[in-house]
Write a protein that binds this ligand. Structure first.
Ligand code: GLU
Length: 510
């Protein structure tokens, strides 16, 4: 029988979720949904030193914003909870004991200072088969001595006993079979009595097993831990239910070599976090995709294609389409360059797809920020204004640059354009234009345009100069949507008012 697909996203709440972590969550989600499986959110908070308040709430909010949903988790509950590792101490204690009883793990009493001294003394020191006999642990010390230490409550750790001379196989669905020699592994710490908590490795394996995880999908940075995880599965006797591993390719700098870092984002001007993050310690604020004006659908689509393709060159895909097409077959082994410009392109594309009314709603807060009260304009007016300029924007905030003139009359006029298009005769011609416009019964673009053009032709005026002066007066510069579409929306009174103001205010260049 095919195994039920059960995957987990297992972040540690040590800070804001990085965009690479978001991609990991997304691939887990796509894979789970593709196979009708379950998606679990497990909070791996066993490292109390690195715990950051607010990080868990941030993770929840970010994934909810992107539409990445969980079937089981801290909030959702589920049959294998609790889903927060700090609430599972009893479980880990029991499993650590099992390994000790089976002779697969042992107690070690070496203090940090002793380990430090050893490292200074022995080059490339590793706690393993070749050195453990010289250390202070339950394998090297007489049983009575161990008992005395334990009875006295001496702090200890539990280490995993790695047997040398083994080939450890990791089956990775993207990379194939990866084989490493157990000799290079050290006897990893699995549990620390000082805080009565397991380390990441132990908790991760026990939970993956107990939560019936079928596929471990995570970033490539976890690949070095995988052989140890395989050995732990075996030591517990769980080898036949070992999950498949999937180590996703790294996200790389957009330019040059190496891993994507926050500094690349600062340097090149793009966010590396899904949401804005307020660092509770430093007070620093890092920008997020949401606050930078990205639509969640665009972020999802962009991230999905960083390390995966649908097998053809389709680029724009909704979450449902991604789910239908997703497989590890088309995931790449090599790192994916973080092409943030492509992210902007996706945002542009998705902004063209939402309705004009929706776009107008998103634009209202931007108007407010610029001191324009959206209540002063009808919804229809705002909607038609954004419709005219939306093809030029990547972000909602950019609507302001392109549509501001619909809401406020120009307070200055582009100097270059004035120089080129405004001459001593222009004010008089503009006054005539006002008469022509005021004489129109129908101010629609289709009706006004031929009348104005006929007047220009009749008078023998220079078409480009007159139309550009007209535009300069209404818009403030010589660009924007079709002139008569602008005036249709603005209406005769406002158009005429602006022309009159310009005719008075624009100084003819010497
Ligand atoms: N807690 C680990 C992390 O922060 C989980 C790694 C894994 O998925 O095994 O990414």
């Amino acid at each position: 029988m095919e195994r039920e697909v059960r995957v987990r996203f297992a972040p540690s709440p040590t800070g804001p979720l990085h965009i690479g972590g978001v991609r990991t969550a997304l691939y887990n989600f796509l894979f789970a949904r593709r196979h009708g499986g379950k998606m679990i959110l497990r909070i791996e908070d066993t490292d109390s030193q690195r715990f950051v308040p607010g990080a868990e709430a941030y993770i929840n909010e970010a994934l909810a914003w992107l539409g990445i949903e969980f079937d089981e988790g801290v909030k959702e509950g589920g049959p294998y909870g609790p889903y927060k590792q700090s609430e599972r101490r009893d479980i880990y204690r029991e499993y650590v004991q099992k390994l000790i009883d089976a002779g697969r793990a042992y107690y070690a009493f070496d203090t940090p200072a002793e380990l430090e001294a050893k490292r200074a003394e022995v080059a490339n020191f590793q706690y393993d088969a070749s050195t453990r006999g010289t250390m202070r642990n339950s394998l090297a010390m007489p049983a009575e001595e161990v008992k005395v230490l334990m009875d006295a409550g001496t702090p200890y750790v539990v280490r995993f006993l790695v047997e040398p001379g083994r080939d450890v196989e990791v089956n990775d669905l993207i990379r194939g079979k990866v084989v490493i020699k157990s000799d290079i592994l050290d006897d990893k710490v699995l549990y620390k009595s000082a805080d009565d908590l397991p380390t990441y490795h132990l908790a991760n394996i026990v939970d993956d097993h107990l939560m019936r995880v079928s596929h471990v999908i995570r970033g490539e940075e976890w690949l070095p831990s995988a052989p140890l995880h395989v050995l732990l599965y075996e030591a517990f006797g769980w080898a036949d239910t070992m999950p498949d591993f999937v180590h996703l390719p790294l996200l790389l700098k957009p330019d040059g070599k190496g891993k994507l870092s926050k500094r690349d984002g600062d340097r090149l001007g793009f966010p590396v976090f899904p949401l804005e993050w307020h660092d509770p310690k430093s007070g620093n604020i890092s920008t997020g995709y949401r606050e930078s004006g990205y639509l969640p659908e665009a972020v999802v689509n962009f991230l999905a294609l960083l390390g995966w393709n649908p097998g053809d060159d389709t680029e724009v895909m909704s979450m449902d389409e991604l789910i239908k097409k997703f497989s590890f077959e088309h995931c790449s082994k090599s790192g994916a360059k973080f092409a943030f410009e492509k992210g902007k392109w996706f945002n542009h594309t998705y902004l063209q797809e939402i309705s004009n009314a929706e776009l107008a709603t998103l634009f209202k807060p931007v108007l407010l920020q610029h001191g324009v009260n959206p209540e002063d304009f009808s919804d229809e007016y705002i909607t038609r204004a954004v419709a005219m300029v939306k093809s030029r924007i990547n972000f909602v905030s950019e609507l302001w640059d392109h549509a501001r003139f619909f809401f406020i009359a120009p307070d200055s006029y582009d100097a270059k354009a004035v120089k080129k298009r405004w001459s001593a005769e222009t004010p008089a011609i503009m006054t005539e234009l006002v008469d022509v416009l005021e004489g129109l019964d129908d101010f629609s673009s289709a009706a006004a345009e031929p009348v104005v053009l006929a007047w220009i032709a009749d008078k023998g005026y220079h078409l480009g100069n007159v139309m550009n002066a007209f535009r300069l007066a209404v818009v403030g510069e010589c660009k924007g949507p079709h002139m008569f579409d602008i005036t249709e929306l603005m209406g005769c009174a406002e158009t005429v008012r602006r022309i009159r103001i310009a005719a008075e205010r624009i100084q003819i260049p010497e």
